[in-house]
Design a protein around this ligand. Sequence first.
Ligand code: T1G
Length: 700
Amino acid sequence: MTMGDPVTVKILDGTAFVTIDNPPVNALGHAVRVGLLAALDRLEAAPVVQEIVLLAEGRTFPAGAEIKEFGKKPEDPWLPEIFDWIEQCPKPVIALLHGTVLGGGLELAMAAHYRLADPETKLGLPEVALGILPGAGGTQRAPRLMGADAALDLMLSGAPIGVAEASRKGIIDGVVRGNLPSAGAAFAKSLRDRGAGPRPTRDVTQGFTDAAAYQTAVNARRAAMAGAPQDNIARIIDCVEAAPLLPFEAGMAFERDAFDELVASDQSKALRHAFFAERRAAKVPELATGRARAIHRVAVIGGGLMGAGIAVAHLDAGLEVKLLERDAASLQSALARIAQIYDRAAARGTLSREDRAARLGRVSGTLHYTDLADADLAIEAVVEDLAVKAQVFGRLDAVLMPGAIIASNTSYLDLDVLAAETQRPGDVIGLHFFSPAHVMTLLEVVVGRETGADAVATGFALAKRLGKTAVRAGVTDGFIGNRMLAAYRLAADYTVELGASPFEVDAAMRGYGFAMGPYQVLDMAGLDISWARRKRLAPTRAEGAHYVALGDRLCAAGRFGRKTGRGYYQYPEGSKTGQPDPEVLQMIAAEREAKGISPRSFAPAIIRRRCLAAMANEGMKLLDEGIALRPSDIDTVMIHGHGFPRHAGGPMMAADLTGLPRLHKDLRDLSSEDDALWSPHPMLGELIKNGWKFDRLNEA
Ligand code: T1G
C-alpha cells in the first residue's frame, strides 16, 4: 500500500490492521471499497495473518456510504459484496469504532465478527433521513443482534445511540478506554488464546429468540407509522419483518430490491438534496477572507416573544446574555418569559434542574445601555419599526466596544438604513431568527451593503454554535423566507379569489406535506402582522394593481386569528385547531361579487401547482437580484423556516423534479391571471434552453 491510499495495512504479531483514511468522515466511497476488498483478499490468503482488525483514521470510523455517489452509475465492488466477504472470512474480523459510526459504517461494523468502541462513539442507521434504508445488510443483521424493537428504533428514528445502549442492545462487545489499536491487538490475541474464531452475524439468532414478540413489535410499529409521508418507512419495517422469515441471502435480496427502488425515488433525491443543501449554505464568499470574532457575552435588546427566544437560544449554547428593556415592568416580564420557557422544558423533563439553574444564572437584565458595554454582540429584537430600531442602533453604537457586532432581528426592514445609524457599518448584520427563536433551526444571516467579511463569518460561526442552519441573505423586503412566503400567500389568495376556499387551499398544501396550510399559519402568527406589511407597502403598489383585500377585511373586522378567536378559521373556546368559518366564506363571496368573479373549483393538485410555481418564480427573482446565493439556499430556508416538506426538497428542487419545462408551462398559463406573480422569469428559459436544472446553479 502506498501513502495516500484510503486503505492501508499493517501486520503486527500475526494481527493485520486495516486502516481506512478518507477524510472528512471516512465515507465508504469507491476508492475505499476497492482498497478494502484488495486488502481483505490479500490478508485472507496470508498464512501469517490470524486476525484482521478494521479501524479508521481521523474523526470517525466510516460515517456511511458516499452519499454523493447515489444516483450515479454504481461502481463495484458494492458494499454488500464487501461486507459478505468480511462476514465469511475464515479469520476473525474485529471492528474498532470511534466517532459517528453511521449507516454503511455501522453496517460494516455489524458485518465484522466482533466490535469494540471508544466510550464517546455514537452509532446509528440514519438512512431513513435520506429517503432510503440501510442497504448493506443493516435491516438483516441489526435485528439478529438486537431484535425487532431496538432495530426498528434505530432505523426509523435515524437517531444515534451511545455505547452504553449499544452494549445493552448487543451491537458492541466492549467499550475501550485508552488506545483503541492496542485494545484491538489485545482482543485479537485473546481470541487466539481461547481459539475463538469468526462469528458471522448472519448466524446470530439472539434477536430472534421470541418470534411472537418480534412480530408484535413489527406490527405495532407498522400501525404507528401508518400514513407516514416517506415511502421508505414501510419498506424498512417490511425488511425487518422478513429477517427471521427468510434465509439470510434471500433477506439480503429483499433489502437490496427495496434499496434500489428507494434510492431512485424523487423523495430520496429530495432528501439527499436537503442534506447537502444545508451544508452548502455555509459556503459563503465572505468566509474566504472573514475571520469569526469570539462571542462570549451577548446583549439582547427587547424581551418580547422574539427577544426572549433569542436570549434562550444563546443561553442554551452556553453564552452569557444581558437583556435590556425600556422599563422595569417590561424587563421583569421579559425575564419571566425566559424562566417560563425553562420551567416548561423542566416540566417536560427535557431540562434538568441543574441545567435550568445554570442557564438562568447566565442571564441578567438592565435598563441601561451603558451596562451593555462589554458585549461582543448585540441583537435588537424591538418592535418592527424602522425609526425605533434606528434609535436602538445609534445607542448601541455609542456604548459597545470597537469590534463588537450589532445585529438586527428584523424580518424585513432595511438593514442598510440601520447600519447608517452607526460608525461601524462593517460590523452590522441581520440575524433573522424564526419564531420561536430557541426552537426553529433557521437563521438568515443578512448581509448589508457595507457588512464586513468578519461580521458575516461571525454570524455563521454563531449559527453553528447555536445549532442552527444559517443561510446568507441580501437586503430586500422580507429577505429570502418572507419574500418566498409572500409569493406563496399571494398565489393562495388569487386561488381563493377565483373559487377555492382557504380551507381547501390549506388541505391541499397539507396533502403535499406541509404541517399547516398558509391560512392556518396566518391565523397562528396573527393576521395583523402581514396586514402591517401590506399597509407599509401600499404606497409602492401600482395603481390598479391586482390586489386581494380579503385579509384586510378580516383584520378590519378584528379577526386577527387564534389570538382573537377568529381569523380565517374560528377557534371556539380558544381551541387551537380552528374550524372553517362560514362567515369567512360569505366575505369571500362578497369580494368575488364586487369584482364580478364567478367562482370555479380547484382540485388539490392544481392548487399545489399554482403555489409551487409562484414560489419557484419568486426564487428565480431572488437569485437574479443576488439576494440568495444559490437555489439550494432557498430550499434550505423554506424547509427550515417555513415548514416546506423536506421529502420534497424545497421549492427549487421540487421544480427540478417536476421538470422546468412543466414549470414554464404552468407559469405561462398562469401569467394571464397575474403577470407580476406568475410571468416566468427569463432565467427559466435560459436554463431550459441549456437543458439545465436549478441544481446546476447550486454547484456554481
Ligand atoms: N457521504 C458524503 N459526504 C458526507 C457524508 C457521507 N455519508 N457525511 C458527511 N459528509 C460530508 C459533508 O457533506 C461535509 O462535507 C463533511 O462531510 C462534514 O460533514 C449503504 C446507503 C457524520 C454526523 O447519513 O450525519 O450509508 O461540506 O458538516 O456536522 O446503508 O456529516 O465539508 O464538503 O455534516 O461534524 C448514511 C451523514 C449514508 C451520515 C458529521 N450516513 N453525515 O457531522 O459535519 S447512506 C449518513 C452526517 C448509507 C448504507 C447507506 C454528518 C456527521 P463538506 P458535516 P458534522
